[in-house]
Design a protein around this ligand. Structure first.
Ligand code: ZN
Length: 286
């Protein structure tokens, strides 16, 4: 019996030669990364569906998600589209750090295009009740416009979400990410900043308010590092500081978490940054 996957834009076909059938799986393809093939579960069909990974997503790994067309309209997932199962031990084990990044890039492309994967939350709740196998942890801002699972089109049990104003790190957040990767098996750390960030604006304007004072001061080094008119209405400056803050937070993670730094050096995980544009929905990985 021979099987072959054929990537066709957003669609992948599983060709089963023995049965002489073509079966279409909307936006699904297997993980292609080196090292993954040896651990692929026996059922590629289930595996691919669980990952929800398309050929486009693979191409997007390590680079920006595609920009939406201006006239793209939201559409409902077709009712006959295959349901995406929750992650399980086998699918998590087979995901490489590069493939994890591709899964997020592909999910963001679906979000932007208005073509989310079809999920049965009830089924995913039942499937993950006993254990969870998320493939990534995302450190993002609390901003209401950047709901992490939504902008990456992920379901229940797919990713860990750590959220704090300004996507800064502290001991508790480092510990959370260490849990996600070292104990719970995630393969990717994403620090996700965003445009028009209120915490960044607070740092630029030296905001002082209760405990918020200490929080925004953690962004001061990024403010100092970026040249430009320090004005919260200077969008280019604000977003430049936000991106610099992402880079500095990644440096802090590597400096202050021996657990994560070692895992990255051993290529067990990747640590990457991203910027979410609140006006387009697009995540640009940096
Ligand atoms: Zn923010």
């Amino acid at each position: 019996m021979s099987e072959g996957w054929i990537g066709l834009d957003q669609v992948a076909w599983l060709w089963t030669a023995e049965r002489g059938e073509n079966e279409m799986f909307n936006r699904i393809a297997p993980v292609p990364a080196a090292g993954a093939s040896s651990t692929l579960p026996t059922s590629r069909r289930t595996f691919g569906r669980r990952l929800g990974l398309s050929a486009a997503g693979l191409a997007l790994a390590g680079c920006a998600a595609s920009r939406p067309s201006a006239d793209s309209a939201p559409v409902e997932a077709p009712v006959d589209q295959e349901l995406v199962p929750a992650q399980d031990a086998a699918s998590q084990a087979a995901v490489t750090p590069d493939a994890a990044l591709a899964l997020l890039a592909d999910g963001n492309a679906r979000f932007v295009a208005g073509t989310p994967a079809r999920r049965d939350y009830g089924g995913q709740i039942r499937a993950t009740a006993a254990a969870q196998y998320p493939f990534a942890v995302v450190l993002g801002c609390i901003d209401s416009r950047v709901p992490i699972e939504t902008v990456f089109d992920q379901g229940i049990g797919d990713i860990f979400s750590a959220r704090v104003a300004g996507n800064i790190v502290n001991t508790e957040l480092l510990g959370s990410m260490e849990f996600a990767c070292r104990l719970a098996g995630s393969k990717l750390v994403v620090v996700l900043g965003h445009t028009s960030c209120g915490a960044v604006k607070g740092a630029i304007s030296s905001a002082r308010l209760g405990n918020l004072t200490q929080l925004v001061q953690k962004i001061d080094p990024a403010v100092e590092a970026i040249e430009g008119e320090r004005d919260v209405d200077n969008a280019g400056y604000v977003d430049g500081v936000a991106e610099e803050n992402v880079r500095m937070v990644i440096a802090e993670i590597r400096r202050d978490s021996a657990v994560l730094a070692t895992m990255e050096q051993e290529r067990a995980i990747r640590i990457v940054g991203g910027m979410y544009d609140v006006s387009t929905g697009v995540v640009r990985f940096i």
